[in-house]
Every structure is written in structure tokens, then in C-alpha cells.
Ligand binder design. Sequence first.
Ligand SMILES: C[S@@+](CC[C@H](N)C(=O)[O-])C[C@H]1O[C@@H](n2cnc3c(N)ncnc32)[C@H](O)[C@@H]1O
Length: 234
Amino acid sequence: MDDFYSPVAEFYDLVGRAHSAGEQALRERLSAMTHIHDPILDIGAGTGRTVMTIAESVPQVDILAVEPAPAMRAVLTHAVAQCLELRQRVTIIPDTVDQLQLPQRLGAVVAFGVLGHLTSSQRQGLWALLLPRLARGAPIFVELLPVEKPVVLPRMMLANETIGQRHYQATLEGEPGPDDTMLLTSCWTVSGGPCATQVIRNRSIWHTFGLEDLARESGLHAQRLTPQAGVLYV
Ligand SMILES: C[S@@+](CC[C@H](N)C(=O)[O-])C[C@H]1O[C@@H](n2cnc3c(N)ncnc32)[C@H](O)[C@@H]1O
């Protein structure tokens, strides 16, 4: 796996994703699912935003948090280690999706911000792994970038935050890459305080498709929850 996240993991939580529409929709849907008893799988758990949402929405159920990028996983482990309840419920798995060894049954799956990092054949492998483990109606929650075909994504502001004397500014832009891909470039500029300005440029690859494409390739039903988030189910 290309690790697109570790070089900028220290900045990840400065991007205003908390309380996004997708996260709110995930929280509402999970909170209404009082019948989930099997573990919930969080693929590409990142620094723990979605793990916390799952833990707060579905009491007691175990959470399998899959995060292969070491620096992202360090932040996740720190967050889980702070809370006794999370320590008992959350299992952190350092593998990529193609290496997973899963239990026989899953209550739900969350894949926020990650499926576009998988090729079509990796996604096929993922569906083959997940579907036998999900009961009828069990949800797979997804959040995607709002680009279904490779396009030019004009530069946009990603973050603009101050911590102490340091100011963190980030932009994101994208351009079409080979085949179905977009090449995304983020640029972080950290300035101020008693140290030199840092400029960190980071590139990642995102395979473009939409919710309906996922439904077609997996044979699942799809329901859109927000412009970027949706749910797939058997
Ligand atoms: C955009 S972040 C999303 C983090 C979190 N789900 C959220 O919404 O805040 C995508 C995460 O997917 C992880 N990832 C990338 N490729 C992966 C793969 N093949 N298997 C599992 N996780 C992967 C990355 O390391 C990264 O932490």
C-alpha cells in the first residue's frame, strides 16, 4: 500500500471533518440500529473520528478499527488508550483490507474516506470478504469524494487553524491521473512562533466512482445519505 497519510498525519485532525454531514448521518443511522450485536468494522479508521462516532452511537458492541498507516494509527491508539471503555471495545488492526482476517459475522461496516484508495479489483476482493459476513439489511456506510470521474479540482482551502504561536494553513487541489484516478495534492504551510516556516506537499491517488457504481459492482442496494455519504446493504 502507498502510505499517503503518514507524512501529514500530524495535521489530519486540523481539517474540519468533525460533525460533518456524513458523520452526523452515520451517527443518526447507527443510533437507530439497536439490534446490532456483532462487531462493527471501521476500514481506514484514520485518527479515530469514525471510531468515536461508532462507539458513542452503538453502546457495548466491539469495534474492529483497521488502520495501516503507522502515524495515523499512533494517533488512533493514543485516543483509544485514553478511555477505559474504548480500550475494552476497540481492537486496532494494522493491516490493509486485502490482509484482513475477519470474524464470521459483522454487525455493520464503516468505510469513510477510504474506498477511493482501492483499485477496482481490490474493491471486488473486499466485497467478497464482507458480504458473507453481513446479515440481510446490515449496513456498509461509505463516504466518498464528490468526484465520479477524473476532473480538475481547483485549489481550495482545506484548513486554517492556529495552535499556540503556529498557524496551520492547507490547500487541496486535484488533476486527472491515469485511467479512473485523480491525483490529489495537499500543501501545508506552518508558520509563526520561534521556528522556521515549514511547507509540506503531499500527493495521493483516488479512484473516482460514485455510490451507484459501488452498488453495481457489489450487487448491493444503495441509499444516499448526504452528497458524499451513503449506505449500501444486502
Ligand atoms: C481519509 S482517511 C479516513 C479516516 C477516517 N475514516 C475518517 O473519516 O476520518 C483514509 C484512511 O484510510 C487508510 N487506508 C488507505 N488505504 C487503505 C487500505 N488499503 N486498507 C485500509 N486502510 C487504508 C489510510 O491510511 C487513511 O488513514
